[in-house]
Design a protein around this ligand. Structure first.
Ligand code: MN3
Length: 203
């Protein structure tokens, strides 16, 4: 079965002024769609992959035939990462986390401002294109990670609860070279309810 582009769940303009509508539309309908299309094209050529889930593909890259391994790595990663990204941001987001997420952040980082500082620093330090993540282990311990390109913590069987796309396509139209300004604004659209669900799922 072919992979498909999931609907966004909110309007392209819903994250204004923090993330502009034009960026959201291009990011979803062009960039994410291209990962889906390219993944499907790779799978089409490889019958033994046709019944595999997205997670299976990402967690079994060494078992993927070499002829399509890079295509699967980049495009399955791109599909997974963006599907996740659209869900952990949304309208009426931002503010400070509460409940179990706030407790986990306190335990792992001291306080919320430290988490922000460390995730922002990780996103800024990523040279070129990639992602900065907060991943949770089974005990609910949180750590910061960064991946290049469309690599994803899912390939290492880790559970991201928060992640930010620092490819230029995620911010260039509005923020140009000012990745730090994009990162600062991005916190205003984090959907903490979705983050809480993922933390719950990690445990
Ligand atoms: Mn992107």
């Amino acid at each position: 079965m072919a992979f498909t582009l999931p609907p966004l769940g909110y309007d392209y303009a819903a994250l204004e002024p923090h993330i502009d509508a034009r960026t959201m539309e291009i990011h979803h309908t062009k960039h994410h769609q291209a990962y889906v299309n390219n993944l499907n094209a790779a799978i089409e050529k490889t019958p033994e992959l046709q019944d595999k889930s997205l997670e299976w593909l990402l967690q079994n890259l060494p078992a993927v035939p070499e002829s399509v391994r890079n295509a699967v790595r980049n495009n399955a990663g791109g599909h997974w990462n963006h599907t996740f990204f659209w869900q952990i941001i949304g309208p009426n987001g931002g503010g400070e986390p509460t409940g179990a997420v706030a407790d986990a952040i306190k335990k792992s980082f001291g306080d919320f401002s430290k988490l922000k500082e460390q995730l922002n620093a990780s996103g800024l330090a990523r040279f070129g294109s990639g992602w900065a993540w907060v991943v949770a282990d089974k005990g609910g311990k949180l750590t910061i990670e960064s991946t290049p390109n469309q690599d994803t913590p899912v390939s290492d069987k880790k559970t991201p609860i928060l992640g930010v796309d620092v490819w230029e396509h995620a911010y260039y139209l509005k923020y140009q070279n000012r990745r730090a300004d994009y990162l600062a604004a991005w916190w205003n659209v984090v959907n903490w309810g979705e983050v809480a669900k993922r933390l719950e799922g990690a445990r």
